[in-house]
Write a protein of this length. Sequence first.
Lengths: 380, 380, 121, 121
Amino acid sequence: MKRIYLDHAATTAVDREVVQTMMPYFTETYGNASSLHSFGRDARNALDASRQTVADALGAHANEIIFTSGGTESDNLALKGVGKGHIITSSIEHPAILRTCKYLEDHGCDVTYVPVDSYGMVDPGDVESAITDDTTLISVMHANNEVGTIQPIGKIGSIAKDHGILFHTDAVQSFGKTEIDVQRMNIDLLSVSSHKVYGPKGVGALYIRKGVEIEPLLHGGGHEMGMRASTENIPGIVGFAKAASLAIERSEQDTRHLTGLRDMLIAGVMDSIDDVTLNGHPTERLPNNANLRFAFVEGESLLLHLDMKGIAVSTGSACSSASLDPSHVLLALGLAPEDIHGSIRFTLGRENTESEISYVLEVLPEIVGKLRAISPLAER
Amino acid sequence: MKRIYLDHAATTAVDREVVQTMMPYFTETYGNASSLHSFGRDARNALDASRQTVADALGAHANEIIFTSGGTESDNLALKGVGKGHIITSSIEHPAILRTCKYLEDHGCDVTYVPVDSYGMVDPGDVESAITDDTTLISVMHANNEVGTIQPIGKIGSIAKDHGILFHTDAVQSFGKTEIDVQRMNIDLLSVSSHKVYGPKGVGALYIRKGVEIEPLLHGGGHEMGMRASTENIPGIVGFAKAASLAIERSEQDTRHLTGLRDMLIAGVMDSIDDVTLNGHPTERLPNNANLRFAFVEGESLLLHLDMKGIAVSTGSACSSASLDPSHVLLALGLAPEDIHGSIRFTLGRENTESEISYVLEVLPEIVGKLRAISPLAER
Amino acid sequence: MEYSEKVLDHFANPRNVGEISDADGVGTVGNPTCGDMTTVYIRVKDGRITDIKFKTFGCAAAIATASMTTELALGKTLDEALAIGRNDVADALDGLPPVKMHCSNLAADALHAAIEECMAK
Amino acid sequence: MEYSEKVLDHFANPRNVGEISDADGVGTVGNPTCGDMTTVYIRVKDGRITDIKFKTFGCAAAIATASMTTELALGKTLDEALAIGRNDVADALDGLPPVKMHCSNLAADALHAAIEECMAK
Ligand SMILES: Cc1ncc(COP(=O)(O)O)c(C=O)c1O
Ligand SMILES: Cc1ncc(COP(=O)(O)O)c(C=O)c1O
């Protein structure tokens, strides 16, 4: 059976060129980057070069990049590392932000969760109004992982700057898909994750603007300029850097390709199936995200039927799929629970093709029809 | 030039079989283990199997194993996750423990640092005497990373058990080199790291005995039974599990091989060079560790001369090599600073050969002679 | 979370789907807000269930348990059918993932509601 | 931390190693406890350094800077040699890693101490 992967927001396959780039670092250039001998120096050189590459991709300096184990660690390090007093965030952040905020609330911080409109958009005015004398940090994600809405982070960045407050953005989903420039956008801290951009899992980075003081999360050897102890994952970091440079290099071409497939998918579904709605913003959305709501049917059933046809999609975010609670993001958009239960996220990738989307459009109407036929809600 | 790697305590090359095992997980079985579709289920199955393998290697149950980003994170998670009130540790722990203890002291905990004898051995009696009503945790490493001394952790484990106190051990250096059984040794928490046992960097595990409550370090999606958020690093975890099972499978053979090479090295050096002393315990030491003190010369010079001959060794631990402070471990053994400065750590690995050791024994006397010839201390 | 072969079979090819227009008993349990809703229709002759149909809005487990419940109930006397418990359905499907155990309640409860409506007539 | 080619060359092949038994000036700086100690011996004729030797216990940077310092000082007048500053040595070696900059002090200081001893005679 052909298998079609449309869950790139959950994770991506590692690009073959990236794997090739990583290979020598497992068995040849395997030194510890802190060691003084030639094996160590070779590892250190690879680490330094990777740091420069990731910095370049963000418009940052190399010494402003800390490598971490992924987006979650970057988010935790940013918030726990600088968050004190009052923190402002949005109601549609990833759990890596929201649960960290919850932890900080349990430890004496105040957190304001700014709402979003029905497209999942934060109003920068709401962020500004939430600022108090105690506010130390604003954290608003660049693009949402479920509905793909892209936030006006440049505006939020300048509000933060005007008020002398630090601004963090979770750019795990946007990195490589929309332009990021930490200078122009007045970003002080920014989280990225390798496995969302065709790099290996278990690697990420946090950009920390020069001068921002941060309390480390992992204490130990003085790695990563003292801000993140642990023997550096050189193959992972080298792979991430390669993936980041490919993403920048291919961004125009990727965006065109993804937008084309996304719009083909959305239009095709709307044409062939009744009672379908697009969740999220019509235009300010990631080029690869189509989050669609199918009335009268339940998402997991739809997902499993698609899976039986070899098509991989998701309901909500992967990390919460195992739970049965309705998505906090779709709830924040104001959707009724029964509509949330019928929502499916298709997230496209570089390797997807038009013929794959055609195949999805071929099988989806029948599946939705079948589920509606057994649904007690359909005739109402 | 032939290159001889004798710094296996810093990190190891990844075993080629391990790399082969990892490969499909980069480009084929690349799903997110939390996803419901077939890509996700395949990843989940690999994760579950890996967890079982690592559990088996420790005498633990699968649901007692949490995968982390390495030894440092495991140590931080253990200590920050359960440490409260009073903590007992040793003075020769890795910085991942000592700096975490420092952090906990800054946040209201009391920490007792039990001393070691001149062989680097902790006296279990000292641990027991240090126990107060507030003691919540004892953390003593299994084997030391610099001098290789193996601690009587079974005894410490039963003391902890008798007093109803949790016992953590940092087994990063001992795992795969000496037997570990968390039941028999009464261990409640145990840290391991993949890149010390021919597995990939950036992966480790924490064993947490069933029933032990722990506060997570990384908040976010409910991965790893809610104890460690972040998309699981499947290739890394699969590689770690493969490395762990190879280590167990080959342990007898490896131990014989390493002990042979180690003793050949120590005896050879002692025979051909005057004023050399073995640091650490004569018998209770890791099979692959030879930490030797060369009077009148400074370690970094020795290291670099060896490096110029293609031989990679270390002074102290890799993570502190960049600093100029004398090793806290050798200080704790009671060595004078000038003796510490002349100490070199040779740590052997599975792939080292007798002919490599012969080569080291061939070049070392000349190097030491050369450095002693320019040393103002040599004739004193 | 992994479904058994039987769950997947009943999910992909549910038995006894539909409605019975002049049913002797109809039971509905659950609601769309929670993401799960099942309606069971029965026709009864001489105290035996001679026809049974269901409709479900819900996850794979909800659909499969409803399908299996109708299979278990068909041909049974009302008393026998009332004795079909939650675990019977899960067992007949070779088990359900722990987070989905509540689904097995849904279908059995809807069956019981339909039988009670029929008995109350 | 990466050493320049020149540092590595002077480390591997130090110039002017040794002692001068009846030196006109001897200067020792540093101590083994800190991991670094250098002794510089000079012979002076007509106010010029005509011979210079050193011994060093220490890291590669300590050895290389001592070696380079003797090269810079040889043939110089005492005043010229006194003017050899810490940065001159590091510069002549194409730089030193930041953590190792203190080493360049050691050799220049030992040279200055030797010159001062000689002048005080
Ligand atoms: C927006 C966002 N933030 C953070 C994360 C966490 O990243 P990671 O899985 O690399 O820890 C994810 C994905 O899981 C994400 O989509
Ligand atoms: C004893 C000990 N504990 C902890 C660590 C840290 O492990 P990692 O580098 O995987 O974070 C190391 C090695 O660096 C070690 O030797």
